[in-house]
Design a protein around this ligand. Sequence first.
Ligand code: NAD
Length: 417
Amino acid sequence: MSEDVNPFESLQSQIDDAAAVLDVGDDVIERLKHPERVLETNLTIERDDGTLERFTAFRSQFNGDRGPYKGGIRYHPGVSRDEVKALSGWMTYKTAIVDIPLGGGKGGIVLDPDDYSEAELERLTRSFARELRPLIGEDRDIPAPDVNTGQREMNWIKDTYESLENTTEPGVITGKALDSGGSEGRVEATGRSTVIAAREAFDYLDKDLEGATVAVQGYGNAGWIAAKLIDEMGATVVAASDSSGGIYDPDGFDPVAAKDHKNETGSVVGFEGRKEITNEDVLTLDVDLLIPAALENAIDADLAEDVEADVISEAANGPLTPKADEVLEGKDVFVIPDILANAGGVTVSYFEWVQNRQRFYWSEERVNEELETVIVDAFDALVDTYEEHDLENPRTAAYVVAIQRVADAFAEAGSWP
Ligand code: NAD
């Protein structure tokens, strides 16, 4: 990657872009550019061989003006204080654009989980849960899965918290297994919002989704579900990729069969003899819709020059660098920002939390219907603001809507003497 991008600076520059058109004071904007607090903690656990190892972990609580902090916990060697701060800010504006009554948070532990046994990961996760205990709770801060964490880690955190608090409180965490209080529809939710938002964008731009060509970068949870659902909507998936490379067929292919092939072989590459292409090729194909669903900063300014898609729906968090954004704006590519496109995940997490609190569980059909309403309403709010302020891109419109909502909640709360 030629651009050195600090994610926290990217977040702050996105807020500055929106602040230029917002009727919110600079002093309030300054507050909304920084987390309320960041826990940095050292976790020391016993390895299976009896030695001790220390790990650095973070939890950033960015903003709680609209409700309890909400956001995932990731396990990755690249986790840093600035990354966690940025991700917690994006969560704040994500929950605000989809108008669910939650704030933003994010956490992480600096490690490569592949280097540790399941028992070591359980000790580490429970150790982190003990540190988090005074900060979290269904009315305080509600963690969730993120990179390299899933239902298993969430169940460990829930169990540690409930044991120490001597209670049952499934709403302290979301992304749980169904039997432990998880929600129907959660696994598909991110891919689902990505394609609902794309469908709304095509409608807004008077483009036909039926027969539209689609390329998907990243064929994990978000990417492959998006491919499956957009195919069901009548579009044609012509390319897909994962960390081993990409495949291309101008006539399209069956996304479910491609996923089966990936499950069997570890990659989409080699699927029914489809032409093999590079990851870069996938991003620069002449398609109607591009869905980046892999990594942050996948498209930099140089690559953006070669992007030929008309619409991009960001399943991944931060797949475009700020400079790539500028290039794509100049080329009139309609970019549905991550804070809306992939907000299905946090929205169904919110539904999970609601169901936990009600102790009443919804059908998958109801979850999907409620999600549809939330994403369509958010898209409409974005477009109204985009047009009203004649904004240069939909991302800024999303931040304008979201920041205004957080600023309003802050103002309505009044101030302490
Ligand atoms: P995942 O681990 O299930 O899948 C990631 C996919 O990306 C894998 O297929 C992997 O092979 C592929 N990949 C990795 N490096 C690549 C590269 N260089 N080129 C092409 N493909 C590559 O992860 P996920 O849950 O699908 O998340 C993907 C993105 O979506 C992340 O940015 C994540 O933050 C974001 N996201 C996910 C959710 C969710 O609920 N899963 C919610 C919000 C945002």
